[in-house]
Design a protein around this ligand. Structure first.
Ligand code: UD1
Length: 383
């Protein structure tokens, strides 16, 4: 692969000389939106920069997509591929087919992909094969668990992207260990934290705990959607059982992903949910508002592990591993097996630590609200 600077010159564009740099940002699924929003915002002020936003349509429900566009002040997408749901092969193939003509129309200097969802790897693959440079935001994270679709997406995207923008130093180390030259790696920090810090006050104004009648007391906030937890009946039964146990001690607010809702119905597990407060998937501001004042969070989400670390809220992650180890070493996160007894014990331990004042907001290096500025700098000026 030629050095980056050479390839950009070959395209004939460089922010340095005041010429136009065109970035095409790809979003598709819920966790992409809060990562792209600050980069688009930082780019808006940059001279000589043109930006295009493409939504693959991987997520399409109002609650999984539109709400985030309005909460995050994202501009309307310039293109929506409308791919919707399907098997991994169907979804990935539809995204690739839909994306190719969009690239031909816009001919950007860079395609910027975010995170680890199917839209990320699909669009990265189309772009590199067409000779267009790809920058991967949130590069280098590894769970070392290839049974996770996201891990496969991360590995492949990082292998083919030209510029790997990492959120934490472990990301750099992982990439170097995979033989990726240091010249392709740039540590920029965590863009999700840019969004969190930018919108925290607006989120607090939502006062979600008050509207749900749990303000001032203990409550747990829960999300679960990983295939390994919800697609098989046994781990799902264990986790729902632990929510039932916990709901005898404090209100349990469970924002249910469409995948999980479908499985609960299919497995006939509604009775385990009788004491749990079921919520529709929440918007960004509603989620942060509830996280901010929760006693504890139980999740298998990637983003919530990071957000709870910054907010200083104890988080139990129902997974055997995490691609975000700094949330454990520097933050408030603990891993717990998807097992009713183990979750119960972990909750006891969390409540004891919390009573002892052991949870404090954690700020790993580069989680400072300025990651998006560093990304724009890297894409438009440094290279
Ligand atoms: C995807 C990402 C995952 C991310 C999650 C956040 C991949 C491989 N996975 O998983 O990393 O954490 O998004 O939500 O890309 N559905 C709807 N409405 C929607 C979207 C989905 O009803 O707007 C239902 C459909 O039944 C669909 C299922 O949810 O089949 C799963 O959606 P999909 O996009 O395949 O994966 P997620 O589980 O959302």
């Amino acid at each position: 692969m030629p050095p980056l600077a050479t390839t950009i010159q070959a395209h004939g564009t460089s922010g340095k000389d005041g010429l136009l740099v065109k970035l095409l940002h790809v979003v598709g699924a819920r966790p992409n939106f809060m990562k792209a929003a600050p980069v688009l915002r930082a780019g808006r002020g940059a001279r000589g920069l043109e930006q295009v936003l493409v939504h693959t349509g991987q997520h399409y429900d109002r609650a999984m997509s539109d709400t985030f566009f309005s909460d995050l002040d994202l501009p309307e997408a310039d293109e929506n591929l409308g791919v919707g749901s399907g098997s991994h092969a169907e979804q990935t193939a539809r995204i690739m087919l839909g994306f190719e003509p969009v690239l031909d129309r816009h001919r950007p200097d860079w395609v910027v992909v975010y995170g680890d969802v199917n839209s990320t790897v699909a669009c990265a693959l189309v772009a590199v094969k067409k000779g267009i440079q790809v920058a991967h935001v949130e590069a280098g994270l590894r769970s070392r668990d290839r049974a996770m679709p996201e891990e496969v997406n991360r590995l492949l995207t990082d292998q083919i992207a030209h510029l790997l923008l990492t959120p934490s130093r472990d990301g750099d180390a992982n990439l170097v260990a995979e033989g990726i030259p240091a010249s392709r790696i740039r540590f920029v920090g965590n863009v999700m934290v840019d969004t969190l810090l930018h919108l925290r006050d607006r989120a607090r104004e939502r006062q979600m705990a008050r509207s749900l009648g749990v303000a001032g007391g203990d409550y747990a906030f829960v999300t679960l959607h990983r295939p390994s937890n919800v697609d098989e009946s046994q781990p799902l039964r264990e986790l729902l059982g632990s929510l039932d146990d916990l709901s005898r001690r404090m209100p349990v607010l469970f924002a249910v992903h469409p995948r999980t809702r479908k499985r609960i119905a299919e497995f006939g597990m509604e009775s385990l949910m009788e004491r749990v407060r079921l919520l529709e998937p929440l918007g960004y501001l509603e989620t942060i508002s509830l996280l901010d004042t929760a006693t504890l969070v139980l999740t298998d989400s990637g983003g919530l592990q990071e957000e709870t670390t910054v907010l200083g809220v104890p988080c139990l992650t129902a997974r055997p591993n995490t691609e975000r180890p700094v949330t454990i070493t520097e933050g408030t996160n603990r891993l717990v097996p998807s097992d009713r007894v183990a979750v119960g014990r972990a909750i006891e331990a969390v409540l004891a630590s919390r009573a002892a004042g052991e949870f404090r907001p954690g700020r790993p290096e580069g989680w400072d609200g300025k990651a998006a500025e560093r990304i724009i700098q890297a894409l438009c000026h440094d290279l």
